[in-house]
Every structure is written in structure tokens, then in C-alpha cells.
Design a binder for this molecule. Structure first.
Ligand code: AOF
Ligand code: ZN
Length: 365
């Protein structure tokens, strides 16, 4: 039963995806006499917490009921009063929690207060699932640095384009639709200038459903080579664009970009390029909790070397293009020995028709 209701709370939490950043995805279900009498989720950043939503939506009085909530209820005064107060006041007698809140402001205090008020608390139900649900929040709230997902799409022979640079399309429609879900989920999308010059992408979110929030488009462009007619600079859409550049950039060009509505961020130079580590901490300061890194292979290589990548999502399409000049997901200098390879863990494989998607996480030594 605990698992059934926690799964429902997770399902509800997911409805907030893309709208709550940098806050967590949280869902709550209230059960009395084996019947759900209230449900709620955190809908939007700054809005009511899931617990309060569930309490408000309840159809019966809550005395003696059990609340299932994906995250430990909060104990602090933030944008809203502490959820534990509402739980105690309403006479809820048991709270089943997915995971402890990693937010240092809460971190166990919510559980303590509930128990001190005679409420039975069970923690760790479907913990692995709720931790995955909030992988972005966990990293961001504990480090203030964004959770970075490197996404690549390649053929079975490991190429991201043909020898001519043609890459439309390697993966199928369903895979590409899922990438738009990922774009909706994160706060920023990052690409290197090479990708803008070659593919001229729009980098907005286009999903089949109504929803679809545009993330901040971050272009890493050391010398500010971006053409003024690049599609990412067409700011008619709601998506904002930020150019991460360095003092190498031409002043006139900077002015022209600002006039077009782009935001400019000057970043120190490291090994002749934008210092990526510095850039991501700046983005963290701007409340960017997550980044989808969408290539190309030079930026991927730098991002891995700078250790800013947390998760790797790889699409593999059942196609072979060949060619020693055809690009692969990661270039750069590479390593000399397999023993020095970056190791990935917690591998999960899924399929979109005939395409395979592998989700994995970087193992930190
Ligand atoms: C949420 N939604 O449903 C729950 C949260 O910025 P505030 O004041 O809304 O507080 C955010 C913190 O509250 C968040 O970091 C987490 O620790 C806790 N729980 N937050 O945004 C929710 N239950
Ligand atoms: Zn709360």
C-alpha cells in the first residue's frame, strides 16, 4: 500500500516538471480508511508546497489520516509557512516520506517536528525513485552548482554526423520528441559556437503537448563569432539567449548582440577558451539549477575534462555511416590508456522504437 500511494505521489510530482526549478518536484497524497481523500503537487516555483495543495484539495476532515509525500515536509519559513505546521494542525496522524530533504534549512528538522508532535513517520519509501526524480534539486541545493546532463545522439558506429557534417536526422522522431521533454525539464541548454555555426539550431522547446517551457539558451563563444542572424538570436520566441564569451570578443559585436536582446556574460579564459567551471558556477548564482549540454564534440570534451558533467544521456540509432572524418560525440585530445577512462555507473537502457537510449552517471573518483 505504501508503495502504491508513493508511486501516485511521484506521478503527481512529475506534473510540475519544468515549472518548479530551482525548487524540487514534490507530490503528496492523503489517505483515510484506505481511500485517497486529497492529492496535490508543487505546481510552480514560489507557489504552495505539495503538502498544502493536498490538504486544500481534501474532501474530508484529515484527523487520523496518512500523508504520503515524496520529500520530507519543510520546517522553515520560506516563501510559504512550514508545511509541518499545517500537517500538525490538521490532525494527520502518520506521514510516509520518500526521502529526507537535502536542503540544509530542513535536513531532518521536518521529521523531528512531526515526531515531537506524536505523528508517526516512515522515511525512505521508494527512495531510489524519488532521488532520481529530484537529482537536479539534490545537486543544486547542496552545491549551488547546476546539474549538468550531456546529451548525445549517434549511429551504431559512433558518429554524430556524416563526413559532410549532415546530421538530420540520426535519431527517430520519438527520440527527438523526448529531447524536447528534457529541454522543458531543465533551466538552461548549452551549446558551443561550433554547433551554432554548423547547425544554426533554434534550441527552443517544441513538444507535442501544450506544455513546453523554453530554457535559457547558453552559447559558449570564446571570441564572439556568433552571426547576428543566428536563429538563437531571434528573440521573438520567449526563449532568452546568453552568450558566454571572454575579453577576446570584439566590443562592437558585443554591442550589436546586446541590441538584439542577448545577455552577455564575460568569463575568464582558461587554456585559450571560456573557463567552463567558472561559467557553471556563475549560472548557479543566477538560479540555473540544471543544464542540458547539447554539443558539439569539442564542448563535450571540455565539459568532461572540467568535470562539470553529472549525467550522460546517449541515443543510439540503428544506422551506420562510416568515415574517419565523421565526428564522434567527444573529441579533444583524448586519453592514452583505457585505465584512465571516465567511468559511467547506474546504467539504464530504454528504447524509442528502434533507437536505444542509455542514461548514465559519471563516477567521481
Ligand atoms: C517546494 N515545493 O512542495 C516542497 C518544498 O522557496 P520555498 O520557500 O518555497 O521553499 C523551498 C524549500 O521547501 C525547498 O528547497 C525544499 O527544501 C522545501 N520543500 N519546496 O518548492 C514543495 N515540499
Ligand atoms: Zn513545505
Amino acid at each position: 500500500m505504501d508503495i502504491k500511494y508513493m508511486n501516485r505521489a511521484i506521478e503527481l510530482a512529475k506534473l510540475g516538471a519544468g515549472y518548479t526549478n530551482p525548487n524540487p518536484l514534490v507530490g503528496a497524497v492523503i489517505v483515510k480508511n484506505n481511500k485517497i481523500i486529497g492529492e496535490g503537487y508543487h505546481k510552480i516555483y514560489g507557489g504552495p508546497h505539495a503538502e498544502v495543495e493536498a490538504i486544500r484539495n481534501s474532501t474530508e476532515d484529515l484527523i487520523g489520516s496518512t500523508m504520503y509525500v515524496t520529500l520530507e515536509p519543510c520546517s522553515h519559513y520560506g516563501k510559504t509557512p512550514p508545511c509541518v505546521n499545517a500537517i500538525v494542525e490538521k490532525g494527520i496522524s502518520k506521514v510516509v516520506i520518500g526521502m529526507k530533504d537535502p536542503n540544509p534549512l530542513v535536513a531532518g528538522k521536518g521529521i523531528e517536528i512531526l515526531e515531537a508532535n506524536g505523528i508517526e513517520v516512515i522515511t525512505g519509501v521508494l527512495e531510489e525513485e524519488v532521488k532520481k526524480l529530484n537529482e537536479i534539486f539534490i545537486k543544486y541545493i547542496t552545491t549551488k552548482e547546476p546539474f549538468c546532463i550531456m546529451k548525445t545522439a549517434m549511429t551504431i558506429d559512433g558518429k554524430i554526423a556524416t563526413k559532410n557534417g549532415d546530421s538530420k536526422w540520426i535519431t527517430n522522431e520519438k527520440s527527438r520528441e523526448y529531447v524536447h521533454e528534457l529541454r522543458h525539464r531543465v533551466s538552461a541548454i548549452m551549446v558551443g559556437i561550433g554547433t551554432v555555426l554548423k547547425d544554426n539550431p533554434l534550441l527552443t522547446t517544441r513538444t507535442n503537448e501544450e506544455k513546453g517551457k523554453d530554457a535559457l539558451r547558453v552559447i559558449v563563444d570564446t571570441s564572439c563569432r556568433i552571426p547576428l542572424d543566428a536563429r538563437v538570436l531571434n528573440l521573438k520566441s520567449n526563449a532568452k539567449t546568453l552568450i558566454a564569451t571572454t575579453e577576446k570578443a570584439d566590443k562592437e559585436k558585443i554591442k550589436a548582440l546586446k541590441d538584439k536582446g542577448a545577455e552577455i556574460l564575460f568569463i575568464p579564459v582558461k587554456k585559450g577558451k571560456v573557463d567552463l567551471k567558472y561559467l557553471v558556477s556563475k549560472l548557479g548564482e543566477m538560479s540555473i539549477d540544471s543544464i542540458l549540454l547539447e554539443g558539439g564534440s569539442t564542448l563535450n570534451s571540455s565539459a568532461l575534462n572540467e568535470k562539470i558533467v553529472d549525467k550522460v544521456i546517449t541515443f543510439i540509432a540503428p544506422k551506420i555511416v562510416g568515415g574517419k572524418e565523421a565526428k564522434t560525440p567527444v573529441d579533444g585530445e583524448g586519453i592514452g590508456f583505457v585505465k584512465d577512462a571516465i567511468i559511467l555507473k547506474h546504467i539504464e537502457v530504454s528504447k524509442f522504437d528502434e533507437d536505444v537510449m542509455i542514461e548514465s552517471y559519471i563516477r567521481r573518483r
